[in-house]
Write a protein that binds this ligand. Structure first.
Ligand code: GLV
Ligand code: MN
Ligand code: MN
Length: 405
């Protein structure tokens, strides 16, 4: 098992897409099924027995020195954002399988499991981490009513995928079944590249909230309505978008409006309704929540001034997650084994499955440098030598944990 094979497999997975020429693979789609099948084959090659769990996560397991021991879980996700890169999530799954392959003949004091989570990004249903929250048993039955852009509910999508919503609890794992969770992931930021370093230990994962915002005004003829009479929802929403950037910068949080939909959407029609998204994240939940309060106050004030209606609905919330100190130490030892005496450590601005898994077992994360810090974009790239170092460090971290038990 080497970096070349891992990168080849990332290329193979990237061929499974719903948008030819781009990479888009969403939860419970035909592409999800094909990716699970491909990953299951590689898991089997690494000596794991495989199954798809009741939430559509692809899993593999090998026993430790005796059958039935609690498992060390390694993994990441195989769903993507629209027009994605090929490493966000997938690299972590393939590194995990690579570690399992390397340790195939090694007796371990725990079982080793690899999981390819079905939904981390939330691209299809707006609510992220559905796969890992199922595994962690933190499922909320209200999510069954979430609908995708075609109006298909999560409940219906489960059925279409051949899963039975009533059996979902079968995916839940208990703390006593698990030793911990380790995930390798591209950094998705420029810190490692700027510092000319390959790998880092993650200290904590940023908390995030995602909302759907809506401005309502009155549609009308572009030539008919005088400006004083207009209640233009898009101009109001635009003011809110700019306010989000201003407030986020001042408060040191990360606020993004990534999607906006204008109705009725005619070139000669004053916009009557605008739906737009807000993704807000920060190292500390309190900073994020205070920023959100200010954004919502400002949006209400803008709406009132313009005679518009303003509504918001929260789609997703995950609080900041601290990585476990023992798992951090194991990853640090793993990186040291690759010749880096003083591994960098910093918090993750991106969300990860570990946020959900931490509800049921301690989590640790290894970051791998990516080119320019670019992610959620087809230009995502990693160096083969960094992937080789990550595989060595990940394997060494698991060996370190095994030696300590
Ligand atoms: C996941 O990639 C996220 O941070 O939104
Ligand atoms: Mn992502
Ligand atoms: Mn990811």
């Amino acid at each position: 098992m080497d970096a070349e094979l891992i990168l080849e497999r990332c290329d193979d997975l990237a061929t499974i897409t719903s948008t030819p020429g781009k990479l888009t693979r969403v939860h419970l789609s035909d592409e999800h099924r094909a990716a699970n099948d491909m990953v299951a084959g590689w898991m089997a090659d690494a000596g794991l027995s495989t199954w798809q769990d009741a939430a559509g996560n692809q899993c593999g397991r090998r026993e430790g020195r005796e059958p039935g021991l609690p498992a060390l879980l390694l993994g990441s996700h195989i769903d993507t954002v629209p027009d994605a890169g090929r490493y966000d999530g997938m690299l972590g799954v393939l590194l995990a399988i690579g570690v399992a392959a390397r340790l195939r003949e090694v007796e371990l004091p725990f079982a080793l499991e690899v999981v390819a989570f079905s939904d981390e990004e939330g691209t299809r249903f707006g609510n992220a981490l559905l796969g890992s929250r199922a595994l962690a048993g933190t499922w909320d039955d209200e999510w069954w009513n979430l609908a995708d852009d075609d109006g298909v509910t999560l409940f219906e999508a489960f059925g279409d995928f051949g899963l039975d919503p009533a059996r979902l609890p079968g995916a839940f794992r208990r703390p006593d079944e698990l030793v911990g969770y380790l995930e390798a992931h591209i950094e998705q930021g420029p810190i490692l590249e700027d510092a000319d370093r390959r790998l880092a230990v993650v200290t904590s994962i940023a908390g995030a909230r995602r909302l759907e915002l809506e401005m309502t005004g009155k549609a009308g003829h572009a030539g008919g309505a005088r400006f004083e009479q207009r209640r233009d929802a898009l101009v109001g929403a635009s003011e809110v978008v700019v306010a989000i950037e201003r407030i986020s910068k001042r408060r040191g949080v990360l606020g993004t409006v990534g999607r906006i939909e204008v109705q009725p959407g005619g070139v000669n029609v004053v916009p009557g309704r605008v739906e737009f998204s807000l993704d807000l994240r920060a190292e500390f939940d309190e900073d994020r929540d205070q920023a959100l309060g200010e954004i919502l106050d400002e949006a209400r004030a803008i709406a009132a001034r313009r005679g518009l209606g303003f509504h918001h609905r929260e789609l997703y919330r995950a609080d900041a997650t601290a990585c476990d100190l023992d798992l951090r130490a194991a990853l640090e030892a793993g990186i040291r084994a690759t010749g880096d005496e003083d591994p960098p450590a910093f918090w993750s601005r991106a969300g990860h499955d570990g946020m959900a898994v931490s509800a049921v077992t301690p989590v640790g994360m290894l970051f791998v440098r990516c080119r320019g810090g670019v992610s959620h974009h087809p230009d995502e790239a990693v160096r083969k030598s960094d992937v080789a170092a990550a595989l060595d460090a990940f394997e060494a971290a698991v060996r370190h944990l095994a030696a300590g038990r």
